[in-house]
Design a protein around this ligand. Sequence first.
Ligand SMILES: Cc1cc2nc3c(=O)[nH]c(=O)nc-3n(C[C@H](O)[C@H](O)[C@H](O)COP(=O)(O)OP(=O)(O)OC[C@H]3O[C@@H](n4cnc5c(N)ncnc54)[C@H](O)[C@@H]3O)c2cc1C
Length: 431
Amino acid sequence: MIGGGLAGCEAAFKAAEADTRVTLVEMKPHQFSPAHHSPLLAELVCSNSFRAGNVENAVGLLKEEMRRLSSIIMAVAVETAVPAGRSLAVDREKFATEVTDRISGHKNIRIIHKEVRHLPQEGTTVLATGPLTSDALAEDMEGLLGEEHLHFYDAIAPLVTLESIDFSRAFYASRYEPEEGDYINCPMTREEYEVFFQALTTAQQVPLKPFETPKFFEGCLPVEVMAERGFQTLLFGPMKPVGLIDPTTGQRPFAVVQLRKDNTEGTIYNMVGFQTKLAYEEQERVFRLIPGLRQAEFVRLGSIHRNTFINGPRVLTPYVQFARAEHVFVAGQISGVEGYVESAAMGLLCGINAARLAHGQALAAPPRTTALGSLVAHITASASRDFQPMNVNFGLFPPLEGRVAKKERGAAYARRALADLDKWITEVIMG
Ligand SMILES: Cc1cc2nc3c(=O)[nH]c(=O)nc-3n(C[C@H](O)[C@H](O)[C@H](O)COP(=O)(O)OP(=O)(O)OC[C@H]3O[C@@H](n4cnc5c(N)ncnc54)[C@H](O)[C@@H]3O)c2cc1C
């Protein structure tokens, strides 16, 4: 196991519990990433929250699935919890200390403190070096994957649910091909664009951290940076209206925001070219000024931050191994998920499969209907052309059968997921 963060600890503990001898290699305390400061394992680099607790919420459901799979991170989080309403938050020092003690005290785990600079050529390996993987190892991975499949920054545009788009103000069409429905277009009049432009150029941005000095590529500029260049810039960039006719007016709109399918099911759409560093609440305020998105439900807001991650759908097998090096499983944030819980969840799965590989058993893939299975589908089979890391959300799940009222959906997803997970645990994991 390379990396002793949330994913690496989860993977190490899971594999060790399955009677596998594990060596966990962690570069701290000899070397720290710019965001890590504690010598302990499982350090929480920022917030102390593991987010919502109830299973009607996708992250709450993921946590319940992890509990049923005997996650060490979930067990210790509950033991070291601090009051946080409906969320699960922890005393970060107690949490990291307890995880460190359990890992270092495990009879099957040996810990080595050093930087791994090259991927091992053989031996079952779990790569869990996180969003701030050391430079030497990242360079080595570039050699294996090709530089186009390893990213160092998120440049994320917001995602909205299909059902929250107002089709009285939006229409399907591809540029110059009105009969093609690949894009959803949100047209704007000049007056609407002026209001939007004013809001966008005066909205509050998130300041960069000292170690985050992204060189924005011209093709990937934050939308607000483009807008600052002048009133016309967006009209010749992501908001250009050429080749589009609004069927309601029969005219070419003054400006257009285009949305493109972001998952195979077509339940989530991304705002094309709208990568942004605006503060989250500002994004919701400003982007809801777009007619067609006034009631938008954002399943992910935009961001640009330092984050090493792989282009999973191009380089991973369905069991989250490198296709070019199947002895290496990839866990945690570097695999293309986002967030503490999601990172640990991928560690759990990789720990299960690393042990199975070591014991000569068939690898296991969680049911597609579970939160874990939906994350795996995102990182190994996402249809998005511009793959970006993602928090777990119900938009990643296969749609429910039949019509289910909106307020019942979370519970319905959870019922289906937990029933399928229990069956999988009995038949595959324990079987
Ligand atoms: C600045 C920042 C703030 C974040 N804040 C949040 C937040 O508030 N909430 C949230 O849910 N998510 C947050 N995230 C996203 C993500 O959930 C966390 O980064 C999470 O810790 C990822 O878990 P991980 O196990 O994949 O990586 P990490 O927890 O980062 O663990 C990776 C470990 O690998 C070690 N390592 C790196 N390279 C090597 C090497 N070559 N050899 C040996 N060891 C190595 C590191 O020292 C580290 O201990 C944040 C990310 C960043 C960068």
